[in-house]
Design a protein around this ligand. Structure first.
Ligand SMILES: O=P(O)(O)OC[C@H]1O[C@H](O[C@H]2O[C@H](CO)[C@@H](O)[C@H](O)[C@H]2O)[C@H](O)[C@@H](O)[C@@H]1O
Length: 391
């Protein structure tokens, strides 16, 4: 049995997660993950707590502003701004040929966020189902390209929604990665859980948040295994500061946790340097594409947390990100799609393009074989070019 040691993430990142590879079976051997350094590019818990504390809590408003800003529908923009933004982040459907041309000769690897990308945003997170048509499209996609779902949700939960065993799944914002299941009884081909030591803390905080927020109508706390979501989509805006105060009162005692924000949701997670971008790097590495120039990752997502992955692609110059949004937003994605229905059309076109390319390739091979045969066969006898049997 061949054994080889891989380090997940690059040396620069300081990610301290080693992975043992055995005959294609990856098993995470998790060491202590580093705490996020100061200046890490998400809404830091410290900042949010400061906002809450300064002036006896009047800065709660700043936090509520931040909650508003995390909702794309809160953007009020002019037609001119919309046009300018669309010029910079053109529709991936309109520039489809440009995209496929750029991938020429490279292996496309697909990364798909779940909520708001494969399924429409709905009020109840437990009912965010994807359509059968979308599932069929993703199934076809995975036959043609390695495909991963990268979600903030608990991995098992997102798997229950997607129901496709042949995909890679990165749940809890990439902190829980698993490869495809080839046979029901066999172990998954990839495993990585860099925040496993945080499980008891997350469970504890989940219990406390459930208790604290139960008086706020519409608030919902979701346990995503290695992280938590506090939803405020169904909370009246006048109650947002109350909810902020409740969350703060719990989290002030947990300095090892940090905040990020999604779409009308506060995300609470371990303060380790691991995010959807790191998950993308880990998966590319697991697939054998670390530092490769012949790979073309495409990441499609709608959320702030997807920006970490867009950023990796922009910085490494590999592939590109596509932001799913109707409204202009600050993003590291290169292109845009308006909503999940457009994502489905884009994925379908990608499958069709690949299938056409395979047919063309087969035709080309057959043509070459025919030319070779015509040049080298004479009737039923094989004559090598230039070779004439003596009479
Ligand atoms: O990374 P994702 O797959 O996009 O997960 C991010 C969060 O998605 C879910 O919340 C969002 O979708 C809900 C259902 O449409 C919606 O009600 C909520 O307002 C959105 O924020 C999920 O419930 C969260 O746990 C994920 O963290």
């Amino acid at each position: 049995m061949t054994k080889q040691k891989l380090v997940a993430g690059d040396a620069k990142s300081g990610v301290d997660t080693s992975v043992v590879v055995e005959n294609g079976l990856f098993t995470a051997e998790v060491k202590k993950p580093p705490v996020v350094p100061v200046g890490y590019a998400t809404v830091s818990k410290k900042k949010l707590l400061q906002n809450l504390e300064i002036n006896g809590g009047t800065r709660v408003n700043a936090w509520v502003e931040s909650m508003r800003a995390s909702s794309p529908t809160s953007n009020r923009i002019s037609n001119q701004d919309q046009t300018t933004w669309m010029d910079r982040h053109r529709s991936a459907l309109q520039v489809f040929d440009e995209i496929t041309d750029a991938s020429n000769g490279k292996q496309i690897v697909m990364f798909l966020d779940y909520d708001g990308t494969l399924s429409p945003i709905v009020d109840d997170p437990d009912r965010a189902f994807m359509s059968d048509a979308m599932r069929a499209t993703v199934r076809k996609l995975a036959r043609r390209f390695p495909t991963a779902i990268v979600s903030g949700r608990c991995r098992d939960k997102v798997y229950k929604f997607v129901k496709l065993a042949e995909l890679y799944y990165a749940g809890s914002h990439g902190m829980d990665i698993r490869g495809p299941i080839k046979h029901k009884k066999s172990p998954p081909s990839v495993l990585c859980q860099p925040a496993s030591e945080y499980l008891p803390m997350i469970d504890e905080v989940y219990g406390l948040l459930m208790e604290k927020t139960k008086s706020t109508a519409g608030a919902k706390v979701e346990n995503n295994k290695f992280c938590l979501s506090v939803h405020f989509r169904c909370v009246d805006e006048t109650k947002w500061s109350e909810l902020a105060g409740q969350v703060r009162s719990v989290l002030k005692n947990y300095p090892k946790l940090r905040f990020t924000q999604g779409r009308k949701v506060l995300e609470i997670r371990p303060a380790i340097k691991w995010d959807k971008g790191k998950a993308l790097e880990f998966l590319l590495e697991s697939l054998g594409y670390a530092n490769c120039t012949d790979v073309f990752p495409i990441y499609i997502g709608d959320d702030r947390t997807d920006e970490d992955a867009f950023k990796v692609l922009r910085e490494t110059g590999q592939g590109f990100g596509i932001l799913v949004s109707k409204d202009p937003r600050d993003t590291n994605a290169s292109y845009s799609l308006q909503e999940p229905s457009e994502v489905m059309v884009f994925l379908q076109r990608l499958v069709e393009w690949k299938e056409r390319a395979l047919i063309d390739y087969e035709r080309e091979i057959l043509k070459k074989q025919k030319v070779w045969k015509d040049q080298n066969y004479n009737g039923n006898c094989l004559f090598w070019n230039g070779f004439q049997p003596s009479s």
